[in-house]
Design a protein around this ligand. Structure first.
Ligand SMILES: C[S@@+](CC[C@H](N)C(=O)[O-])C[C@H]1O[C@@H](n2cnc3c(N)ncnc32)[C@H](O)[C@@H]1O
Length: 257
C-alpha cells in the first residue's frame, strides 16, 4: 500500500493553490485540516447533530442570542462555523439574511438540507473559515460564532477576529460563545475529568472520546486571553458570561477604529 506523507499533502495543496491562482503564503495556518474532531464526514455531521440535541435546545439558545443582539428584523448576520445550522436555521426565521459559513462541506450539507426542508430562502451557505472566508457583500450588522473559534490557535484566533471586525458595520455586534476555561487552574485535572464524565452521562458514550479529543488537540483558551484577543481585534466587550468553568459567551460591539 502506498503511504501518503503529510509533506506530500502539503506539496499537493501548494501546487493546487498555485494552479488555482490562490497565492496563500506557506506560513498561513491551514484551517481546512480541522484539528481534533473531524467534521469533514457526512456520518460525523449526522452524529454531531443528534448528540448535541441531547443536551442543547437549539431554538432556546438561538432565541437567547437574538435577544442579546437586540437588533431589528431587517438586519443581516454572519454565522461563522455554523456547523449543522444550530443558530443559522432559527436566525433565518428572524433576520433578513444569514450568511452561513463553515470549513466543512459535510456540516454545511446537513445545514443546507435542514434549511431546505423548512423552505428558508434567505440563507447564503459558503464554504470558508475564519482565515479564508471573503465577505464580498455589504458589511453585516452582526457576526455570531458558536463553539467554533477554539479550532484556531490563539495567534490565529486574533487574525480571524480582526478579519471578522472588517465584515461588520461600525457599531455592529459580535456574539461569540465557545468552550473557554475559567476554572481554578490548581485543580485542572479533576475539573476536566469530572466535566467529561458529567457530559458523557448526559449524552452518550461517544461524547467521552469527542471531549477527550477536544482537550488534547483543540485550542480552547482561558477567559482572560479571549478578552484580550477580542479587545485587540477592535471590539468593546459589553458582557462576558462564564458558565461552569468551561463555557463563555461574549457580546461585543465593533469599536470605532
Ligand atoms: C463544534 S462545531 C459547532 C457548530 C455550530 N456552530 C453549533 O453551534 O453546533 C464546530 C464547527 O466549526 C467548524 N470549523 C472548524 N474550524 C473552522 C474554521 N477555521 N472556520 C470556520 N469553521 C470552522 C467545524 O467544521 C464545525 O462545523
Amino acid at each position: 500500500m502506498i503511504k501518503v506523507r503529510e509533506m506530500d499533502i502539503e506539496l499537493y495543496r501548494n501546487y493546487m493553490n498555485e494552479l488555482n491562482g490562490k497565492a496563500e503564503p506557506g506560513w498561513q495556518y491551514d484551517e481546512t485540516k480541522l484539528c481534533g474532531v473531524n467534521y469533514n464526514d457526512t456520518w460525523r455531521a449526522w452524529v454531531y447533530d443528534r448528540c448535541q440535541q441531547k443536551f442543547r435546545d437549539y431554538k432556546a439558545e438561538s432565541d437567547e442570542i437574538i435577544a442579546a443582539l437586540d437588533m431589528g428584523k431587517n438586519q443581516t448576520v454572519i454565522d461563522i462555523g455554523c456547523g449543522t445550522g444550530a443558530f443559522t436555521i432559527h436566525a433565518a426565521k428572524y433576520f433578513k439574511k444569514v450568511f452561513a459559513i463553515d470549513i466543512s462541506k459535510a456540516m454545511l450539507r446537513r445545514a443546507r438540507k435542514k434549511a431546505g426542508i423548512l423552505k428558508l430562502g434567505n440563507i447564503k451557505f459558503c464554504k470558508g473559515g475564519f482565515l479564508t472566508y471573503k465577505h464580498d457583500d455589504e458589511p453585516v450588522d452582526a457576526v455570531v460564532s458558536v463553539k467554533a473559534l477554539h479550532h484556531l490557535p490563539d495567534f490565529w484566533k486574533l487574525v480571524g477576529l480582526k478579519r471578522i471586525a472588517r465584515m461588520i458595520k461600525t457599531g455592529g455586534k459580535l456574539y461569540i460563545k465557545d468552550v473557554v476555561f475559567s476554572f481554578d487552574m490548581d485543580g485542572y485535572e479533576s475539573r476536566i475529568k469530572s466535566f467529561i464524565q458529567s457530559m458523557t452521562n448526559r449524552t452518550e458514550p461517544g461524547m467521552k472520546w469527542d471531549l477527550e479529543t477536544h482537550f488534547r488537540q483543540e485550542y480552547s483558551t482561558c477567559g482572560w486571553i479571549m478578552e484580550g484577543l477580542l479587545q485587540r481585534a477592535g471590539f468593546k466587550i459589553e458582557t462576558a458570561d462564564y458558565k461552569d468553568g468551561f463555557l463563555a459567551a461574549y457580546l461585543c460591539t465593533k469599536d470605532i477604529i
